[in-house]
Design a protein around this ligand. Structure first.
Ligand code: PEP
Ligand code: MN
Length: 377
């Protein structure tokens, strides 16, 4: 069961305290409180877990401070839509993320040199982009490949982010202690930027790591679909994060592993954007760099990375995560798929037009109003 409180109720209100006292009297029922910052209001939800059948829905609905209460199916209890639950989303570093928002996160696959990081942040500032991607801890197939500079690069990376007004960096973590290292480095630097913790495809079912990113409220989480996992398995992994208390999650599609995707690196799965939006309340991201794996262009002159990025955006994606590099031939990780810095304005123009096309198409479909047509008996 999920109980949504009236807008004026806070966790200090007597109604909230009374409600928790009432709910705690049911043996075998655990309560978990979640706060969402929507664009216009803050929403507090109380999630009941365990033997909730004995909690009477109608009585709960009538208690002071309660706006709405719904019984939820066993599936995706925390992240699911459950009928008419509002996908509120969350705020982080002054930016809002929900199923209607749109952001482009761009940057290096891995922070390699100070010069390269500065070059991309500078180009982003010129283009008005404040959301970056940058790996410090890299999961590599070979132990002999560049593993990322780890915590050593965090001080200069955060300082440069502050210098160029980068609000958020999406950064992969491979182990729970990386979260502490990021937090300590941000504290030392005086929080010049924010971090979105990325769970990479290779850790998509690393349950201890999922619990660790779920068990903190400071950083939102960008969860990347497991390359060999079903949607159901990946959504359950997000449920691990949410059930630990952190609901600020973005679900990222990044292609799946199959030779049927050849010659692309992975098979593009952006047709699942509307599926994730229908099944969950999570904003959806698409990563066009990793499924394609190279800068090849079609005969129309448009690179495959651009083509699939637009496909994801046309399908309603709320975020694009894309790799650039000032000197891709010398990049220590994923150089072949990195776009050139000179392309940034063009890529943004292209992607923003795809977004506008999606919004226009949404209006057209709303005007057609064919949702109300029912099959003839
Ligand atoms: C990345 O974003 O650099 C990355 C390693 O992605 P994935 O986990 O999707 O391979
Ligand atoms: Mn990469």
């Amino acid at each position: 069961m999920i109980i949504i409180l009236k807008p004026e109720i806070t966790q200090e209100s007597p109604e909230f305290k009374f409600l928790l006292k009432y709910l705690n009297e049911f043996k075998g029922v655990k309560t978990l409180t979640a706060e969402y910052q929507g664009e216009t209001r803050k929403v507090i939800e109380i999630h009941l877990i365990g033997d909730t059948q004995k909690v009477p829905l109608e009585i709960v609905k009538s208690l002071p401070g309660v706006e709405k209460a719904v019984r939820v199916s066993a599936k995706y209890r925390q992240i699911g839509r459950h009928g008419d639950l509002e996908p509120i989303g969350f705020d982080y570093k002054g930016l809002h993320f929900d199923q209607n928002s749109f952001h482009v996160f761009m940057g290096l696959c891995a922070a390699d040199t100070k010069e390269n990081v500065e070059a991309i942040f500078k180009a982003m500032k010129e283009a008005g982009v404040r959301t970056a991607r940058m790996g410090a801890y890299k999961p590599r197939t070979s132990p002999y490949d560049f593993q990322g500079h780890g915590k050593e690069c965090l001080p200069w990376l955060f300082e440069l982010a502050g210098k160029y007004d980068i609000a958020i960096i999406a950064m992969e973590v491979l182990s729970p202690h990386h979260i502490d290292e990021i937090w300590e480095a941000l504290e030392k630097a005086g929080h010049p930027t924010g971090v979105m913790l990325q769970i990479g495809t290779r850790n998509a079912q690393n349950f201890e790591l999922l619990k660790a990113v779920g068990n903190q409220q400071e950083f939102p989480v960008l969860y990347k679909r497991g390359m060999g996992l079903t949607i159901d398995e990946s959504l359950n992994a997000c449920e691990y994060i949410a059930s630990e208390g952190n609901h600020n999650i973005i679900f990222c599609l990044r292609g799946v592993r199959t030779h049927l995707g050849d010659p692309h690196r992975n098979l593009v799965d952006f047709g699942h954007v509307p599926v994730i939006k229908r099944l969950t309340r999570l904003p959806v991201c698409v990563d066009p760099s990793h499924p394609i794996g190279s800068r090849v262009a079609a005969p129309d002159g448009i690179k495959d990375i651009y083509h699939v990025a637009a496909q994801g955006v046309i399908a309603g994606a709320n975020m694009v995560l894309v790799e650039f590099h000032p000197d891709p031939h010398r990049a220590l990780c994923d150089g072949p798929q990195a776009l050139f810095l000179e392309e940034i304005p063009c890529f943004l123009d292209y992607i923003n037009r795809a977004r506008q096309a999606y919004l226009d198409m949404k209006d057209i479909v709303a005007r057609c109003n064919f949702q109300n047509i029912v099959p003839k008996p």
